[in-house]
Design a binder for this molecule. Structure first.
Ligand code: SF4
Length: 160
């Protein structure tokens, strides 16, 4: 998996002060995407053991509420296994921190991904769906267009 950066004091991509991992690779190619440079899974930098150490050290800070996976798409096919492994480890090491995940897939699509299924319940909030330019709403909290859902674990349970 490749990534672009780790934002260590972010308040725009989930509740509280968060660490955000921006990964490379996205197959959705939404019209009006503001991050088209992230579509190429080979762009950016390789996510190495040193990157993981940097990520975990950032999450460990007392003032950090949790981590957000964004991109690109953390659930781009070649990212799924690495992201699932990170989610599992983060939840084990930091059970009181929250995990948010942004993806262009709908919850109905992603819940059957075999790599992600075992860690689904470790993800506190999933913001799902492609960006739809005609539904863009700058006042819509935590997402870019109103088709996208901000799905807590509890909300997902009611969709099962
Ligand atoms: S899912 Fe996100 S990153 Fe991918 S094309 Fe759509 S808006 Fe861009």
């Amino acid at each position: 998996m490749n990534y672009f950066q780790i934002t260590k004091c972010d308040m725009l991509n989930g509740d509280g002060i968060r660490v955000v991992l921006w990964v490379a690779g996205c197959s959705h190619h939404c019209k009006g995407c503001q991050n088209a440079y992230t579509w190429d899974a080979n762009a950016g930098l390789p996510f190495t053991d040193d990157t993981k150490k940097e990520l975990f050290e950032a999450i460990a800070q007392d003032y950090i509420s949790g981590v957000t996976f964004s991109g690109g798409d953390p659930l781009f096919v070649s990212n799924r296994a690495v992201v699932a492994g990170l989610i599992r480890e983060i939840k084990q090491q930091f059970p009181n921190k929250t995990i948010w995940l942004y993806t262009g897939f709908t919850y109905e699509e992603l819940k059957s991904f075999p790599e992600i299924q075992p860690v689904l319940d470790d993800i506190d909030v999933i913001v799902d769906g492609k960006f739809v330019e005609s539904l863009k709403d700058v006042d819509y909290k935590w997402a870019g267009s109103t088709n996208q859902r901000v799905l807590t674990r509890e909300m997902r349970a009611s969709l099962k």
